[in-house]
Write a protein that binds this ligand. Sequence first.
Ligand SMILES: Nc1ncnc2c1ncn2[C@@H]1O[C@H](COP(=O)(O)OP(=O)(O)O)[C@@H](O)[C@H]1O
Ligand SMILES: [Mg+2]
Length: 462
Amino acid sequence: MVKMKIKLLPQRITLKIALLYSAVFSFVLISLNASVLYTLKYYLIYQSMEQVSTQAEVIKAKLSEAKQNMDGALKDTAFSGIPDENIYVKIFDSKGRLLYLSKKLERVAIPYNTNLEVPVKVDEFDKDLVYLNTVFKKGDATFYIQVIKDMKNEYAFLKLLFILMFFADGAGIFISFVTGYFVTKRALRPVDYMIKEVKDIDAKGLNKRLKVYGEEDELTRLAKTFNDMLDRLEESFARQNRFVSDASHELRTPISVIKGYIDMLDRWGKDDREVLEEGIKAIKKETLEMESLVEKLLFLAKGDDRSIKLERESFDLKEIAEEVVREIKLIYEGKNVSLKGENVRINADKKLIKEVLRILLDNAAKYTSKNGNIEIEIGSGDEAYIKVKDDGIGIPEEDLPYIFERFYRVDKARSKDTGGTGLGLSIAKWIVEEHGGVIGVKSEVGKGTEFTVMLPLINDSK
Ligand SMILES: Nc1ncnc2c1ncn2[C@@H]1O[C@H](COP(=O)(O)OP(=O)(O)O)[C@@H](O)[C@H]1O
Ligand SMILES: [Mg+2]
């Protein structure tokens, strides 16, 4: 059942298009033919009416020319010359007595003195007839002339035409459906091909692309769009892979350090109290670092799959900055940290904005000399801004574009003793952008670094 469905599916659009196409075609064909038949029928009726009128005129002319008395004239050979075998002439006197009958028309009885002088179409008596009743006066005598035309030839022709058209239409509709089906199928062949190609692409084969050939149309555009999507997928896949391998690498270092200390404790720590204390202290430090690393990784992973929801509230940026400054002063003694600017209220996730400040201040403190200067400025224009400026080692220009990338560190060797993972700025950037803001950096080696965060004052981002 399921299998059949899959097999039928690719043909369904073809069938639909072919049906639609032949339905439209049939409609046009049938209505054209119907109007031809209809017009022709009325044309033939009109022509028959002309014919009976002309015939009546001819008879009247002959009667008025006749020199003999009327009885003679009526029987005259003049009437034998009726050109159409389907035309019947009756002549009555004023009392309605039949004076003349050209030929007998079975089962037909049309009153002689109604609808005078207008041709009439009747379809009584199982026949299609056109007749004209007309009055003719000569001397004191009045005659009623009735000319009837039996349209059986015309109707036979119409019937034949109808039958012909019926079969021609049937054939036309059938042919239009069949050609419609094959033309559509042919036109949709690239879709079949695409389906096959796409089936071949899986997570491992993300480098495969659909071939885009032929001139630009909907299908080549579809293929291009699909390829673009694959580009993006491949890139994000590669980014994820890099992230996982970097993360594992980062975790391996503290684990091997811990293992080393455990070996040391195992061998000498049981008797030597000094070794024991050193080992425990080191393991504690590494564990804490690992914990913070794992927390950061989890944060970024959640950020990637959009499962972090901002909990917005209104708060004062400067108050938050004061709290973070106090924290930093406790951790890094001897730094000159100053905070200036105005009170700016924003509507944002307080915990996360505080984290941004922590990351920036932590860097400023880490990458300045022992009694380095750190300046924080809070203000607002169209947007709220935070500036964190230090007079530390600075960042080389060629590294500036990368410092917001995950795990990127300017000086890998030195960071061992400053203790860092290269995740701080990428987290800060994520938080700022999630708030609809931007983060930027200016730096000069040996002179110092300035980070600027801009945040929208009114929350219209999300
Ligand atoms: N204020 C600063 N002064 C000099 N270099 C900085 C500063 N802030 C960041 N950097 C550079 O950018 C890199 C990335 O920063 P970050 O993402 O916070 O990682 P880390 O864990 O190394 O601090 C740092 O390793 C450092 O080389
Ligand atoms: Mg940092």
